[in-house]
Design a binder for this molecule. Structure first.
Ligand SMILES: O=C(O)CCC(=O)C(=O)O
Ligand SMILES: [Fe+2]
Length: 550
């Protein structure tokens, strides 16, 4: 980007790799014929790539019943995706006849260094609506459509072939699959309440990443459509999460006894062994914050889908810290933001908080390695985390989350996340005698509730003394997790006044914050980095929501 001359090309990820999990497999026509399938039905035909996107679209439009349309929608999307990715077997693959060499559209959108290396594919010219960045095909005929947007700006026209689809939902998914960010954004802005299913949301997300990569390749600012689309994606993400499994346990909020603090002094903060003996009383401490008086533990077995935390698609997701973003791809950074924003919205929903009152104070990827000792404080490697309370670690931590990027039993052994509570006096005694003395001390008088981490799962809980927890020793392998801590302490207004650019006032300002605080890839000193991260966290809500919510 203009503000940040690239000093390294390593951030430019190979977009073939980035998107290589997308597209459809499915049996070939020959295979079906061998299996005795003479006349594949319409759905199979669309899926099988034996027809062009146009034909598939026509078939969808011609469908007589809603059910038929419904059945055709999935394969049609795949087909469009193939076309957009340049993997459509009608376009690519071995062909004879007149052919043109084009760079696959997605790679063309990446930085020049990547384009130069990108493998060229032979493409037979067929009548297929061009994916957005292909250079050879006929231009899309543009039809002027009057669309009102939120902020009364003239909306960009919608290409005719998409506008001709009678169903806005289909228009949207079509545009998203084609990575046509402009049309996606226009449709979203003009249909604010539209439901985005998971496939369309993910396609829209890829369109966002593509738009950011293109802006960078062209040294242009990030277009305001990028955050606008992200805001819709964040809304949709929460709606999708709310339909998935959640295991909740409500617990009584606890805080250190005011009396107890003097007898125990501040020792409990520093003496890990004493932590569980700290006298507590009911209620929330939440100093200077606006916590609610509900405390709980929530487990989301599928907080993120597998392909959202794929380290090939999002290189560096498992080692990301906001302080070192220079060499991290835009895809990874935005995906990380997306996950943390999903946590923030989930917490606001769970605890009935006004979204603007909840901000992240810390979020980073943490690596645990069997057989290592933690270096330094906080996020250094190590093979366990001692019993602690997040709010005792930092008074500003009011709500906590851990997203897991590794699976116990596959990627590592041991490493349970354990809630550690006083034992119920009526519970039967347990026999710990076969355990080490250390383990006996740990368990005596306590009730342990372990969670076995799996990729994509998350635990979300109030950060107070009701939720003391620890991470058991990782005995083998590497365990990646993303802890994130949120505060309800308001940011002093003066802090914004001191920023070079204060609170964003326009959609362009929001896009500029995304660029300068996250995506600029400029080299910076640790001091500069720390300042940027502070500003990022303070402006989080303003970046992740539309102006109407500020
Ligand atoms: O990695 C985990 O499971 C928990 C980490 C944790 O408790 C923390 O970072 O405060
Ligand atoms: Fe913790």
């Amino acid at each position: 980007f203009t503000a940040s001359p690239h000093t390294s090309s390593s951030r430019h990820i190979n977009h073939h790799q980035l998107y290589n999990n997308i597209g459809s497999g499915g049996p070939s026509l020959e295979f079906l014929e061998k299996m005795g399938v003479k006349e594949p039905n319409d759905v199979a035909r669309v899926r099988l790539s034996i027809i062009s996107v146009e034909e598939a679209l026509q078939m969808y439009k011609d469908a007589k019943t809603a059910e038929e349309r419904e059945r055709l929608l999935g394969p049609l999307r795949e087909k469009m995706m193939e076309a957009a990715m340049g993997t459509d077997s009608n376009n690519g693959g071995a062909s004879n006849g007149s052919s043109a060499v084009v760079t696959p559209p997605v790679a063309a959108a990446a930085a020049p260094s990547v384009v130069a290396d990108a493998p060229k594919i032979e493409v037979k010219e067929v009548a297929v609506p061009p994916p957005p960045t292909t250079t050879v095909s006929a231009p899309i005929v543009v039809q002027k459509v009057e669309v009102k947007t939120d902020n009364n700006k003239p909306a960009a026209p919608i290409p005719e072939d998409i506008a001709s689809l009678d169903d806005v939902t289909l228009q949207l998914s079509t545009a998203a699959m084609r990575l046509d960010a402009q049309t996606v954004s226009t449709l979203l802005q003009s249909n604010p309440g539209i439901h985005l299913d998971e496939d369309t949301t993910n396609a829209a997300f890829r369109a966002v990443v593509n738009a950011v990569d293109r802006a960078e390749a062209r040294d242009q600012p990030i277009p305001p459509t990028v955050p606008q689309m992200l805001h819709h994606i964040f809304d949709a993400d929460l709606q999708h999460l709310l339909t998935r499994e959640k295991i909740t346990k409500n617990v009584t909020c606890m805080m250190p006894q005011t009396e107890g603090l003097t007898t125990h002094g501040l020792n409990y903060v520093f003496d890990d062994g004493e932590h569980k003996n700290l006298p507590l009383e009911e209620g929330r401490k939440c100093e200077d914050g606006n916590c609610c008086d509900k405390c709980s533990r929530n487990i989301f077995p599928t907080f993120a889908q597998e392909d959202e935390i794929n380290f090939d698609t999002y290189p560096g997701l498992n080692t990301l810290t906001f302080n070192e973003l220079e060499k991290v791809s835009a895809a990874t950074i935005i995906q990380f933001m997306r996950l943390i924003e999903r946590v923030r919205r989930t917490m606001a929903h769970e605890y009935g908080l006004d979204l603007k009152t909840l901000l992240p104070l810390q979020a980073y990827s943490r690596k645990y390695v069997a057989g290592t000792t933690q270096k330094g404080g906080g996020g250094g490697e190590g093979d366990f985390v001692t019993l602690h309370t997040d709010e005792a670690t930092h008074g500003g931590y009011h709500y906590s989350c851990v997203i897991y990027l590794s699976t116990q039993g596959e990627d590592f052994q041991g490493g349970d996340f354990v809630f550690n509570d006083p034992k119920d006096p009526d519970a039967p005694a347990e026999d710990f005698r076969h355990m080490s003395l250390e383990e006996q001390l740990r368990r005596t008088g306590r009730k342990l509730t372990p969670f076995h981490p799996t990729r994509g799962a998350a635990v979300i809980f109030s950060s107070g003394w009701e939720n003391m927890h620890e991470v058991e020793k990782i005995t083998h392998g590497i365990r990646y997790a993303v802890p994130a801590f949120f505060t309800t302490c308001p940011v002093p207004e003066a802090a914004y006044d001191q920023m070079v650019a204060g609170k964003p006032k326009t959609d362009e300002d929001i896009a500029d914050d995304w660029l300068h605080l996250l995506l600029a890839h400029r080299p910076e000193s640790p001091m500069e980095g720390a300042g940027r991260v502070r500003e990022l966290l303070m402006k989080w809500h303003y970046m992740c929501t539309p102006l109407s919510m500020h």
